[in-house]
Ligand binder design. Structure first.
Ligand SMILES: Nc1ncnc2c1ncn2[C@@H]1O[C@H](COP(=O)(O)OP(=O)(O)OP(=O)(O)O)[C@@H](O)[C@H]1O
Ligand SMILES: [Mg+2]
Length: 330
């Protein structure tokens, strides 16, 4: 499997648009000694939604911080919009929006003033119409004169999104935008994010909700201990690493896997009462195998009461990678 992984920093094919963001060999060692980023290379395509996954402390926020100028890299290079970040810092930052992981603003200020202030920070002329549209799209218009301290946690998170959008960024980072947000609001945010993508905004988000990445992302990157372990299109990742698991509950327990089944990845568990299949390729091969197994069991006269079958989710794939990494590091 390792040999098949796509290289995170691979050069795009000739017909692909140049990356909107290019990160090469980015390393960050904090003063305390933590290696938060370990030689990370990544290219972000214009207009895509890229989900960065990884356990706590993987380095996701540090990576975003490095691109947004909040963290000074130890080494490596960042280019955005075809220009070197160090040399064209102000112009580049003016085209990037950040929804930070931590909620933080003047809670006594009103929604409207905060959003207007955010736009002003980037030297953009006031644009009341645009700010109204941003607030309306996030269902915040009615709350425009409310003090932020009076809003619920989920609404505060929307204000952070409004602030990040106030200067019309081309790239938007969302660092756990739906943490602590209820299911309804989360779905609402997914719609907002899809709407931004439709308007051409490139989106990089982090999340611990894997179904969020599964639902929204075009591509996914898995980070662990400062390293980017894998970058791939969501669909091809699921296809390549996906697995089928099927449990046949047998009426008569077996002592050993019967010869006619031995060419398939099966084992006996639960004292021989369950024939467990784990295999396939996420592209339907597993389901074919399960049908073959059912037929062969029937031909052998081995009856079963149930087949429980499930396809692996992104969550399984993620855990598979993080576990494998943990084992290697031990
Ligand atoms: N300012 C800092 N000083 C020292 N160490 C830091 C600092 N910020 C982050 N770290 C360390 O860097 C590593 C990566 O942290 P980071 O916040 O980037 O992880 P994360 O993937 O965003 O995690 P989470 O999912 O919890 O948000 C951690 O070991 C963290 O303790
Ligand atoms: Mg973080």
């Amino acid at each position: 499997m390792t040999g098949e992984r796509s290289l995170p920093g691979a050069v795009p094919a000739e017909d692909e648009a140049p990356p909107i963001l290019q990160i090469d060999g980015l390393t960050k060692r904090f003063a305390g000694g933590a290696l938060a980023l370990d030689n990370v290379s990544l290219q972000i395509r214009p207009g895509e939604i890229f989900a960065l996954l990884g356990p706590n402390g993987a380095g996701k926020t540090t990576l975003i911080g490095a691109v947004c100028g909040l963290v000074r890299p130890t080494s490596g290079r960042i280019q955005a919009f075809g220009q070197d970040a160090r040399r064209h810092w102000r112009a580049m930052r003016g085209r990037i929006g950040l929804v930070p992981q931590e909620l933080g603003f003047d809670i006594f200020d009103t929604v409207w003033r905060q959003v207007r202030y955010s736009r002003g920070l980037f030297g953009r002329s006031p644009a009341a119409d645009l700010l109204e549209e941003v607030l309306r799209s996030l269902s915040l218009w009615d709350k425009r004169d409310a003090q932020i301290r009076t809003l619920s946690g989920g609404m505060k998170r929307r204000v952070l999104i409004a602030k990040a959008l106030a200067h019309e960024p081309d790239i938007l980072f969302l660092d756990e935008p739906t943490a602590g947000v209820d299911v309804e609001l989360r779905r609402d945010m997914w719609r907002q994010i899809a709407g931004l993508k439709a308007r051409g905004v490139t989106i990089i988000l982090t999340t611990h909700y894997l179904e969020e990445a599964e639902e929204m992302a075009d591509r996914i990157g898995i980070m662990h201990r400062g390293r980017l372990l894998l970058v791939d299109d969501k669909r091809s990742m699921m296809k390549r690493l996906g697995r089928t698991e099927a449990r046949f509950t047998l009426i008569r327990p077996l002592g050993a896997v019967p010869e006619p089944l031995a060419d398939l990845p099966v084992e006996l568990v639960d004292g021989g009462r369950v024939l467990l299949y784990r295999g396939g390729d996420g592209a339907g091969r597993g389901r074919e195998h399960v049908a073959v197994l059912a037929q062969r069991l029937a031909e052998m006269g081995e009856r079963f009461t149930a087949i429980e079958q499930r396809e692996s989710s992104l969550e399984d794939i993620f855990m598979q990678f993080v576990d494998a990494e943990g084992t290697r590091a031990c």
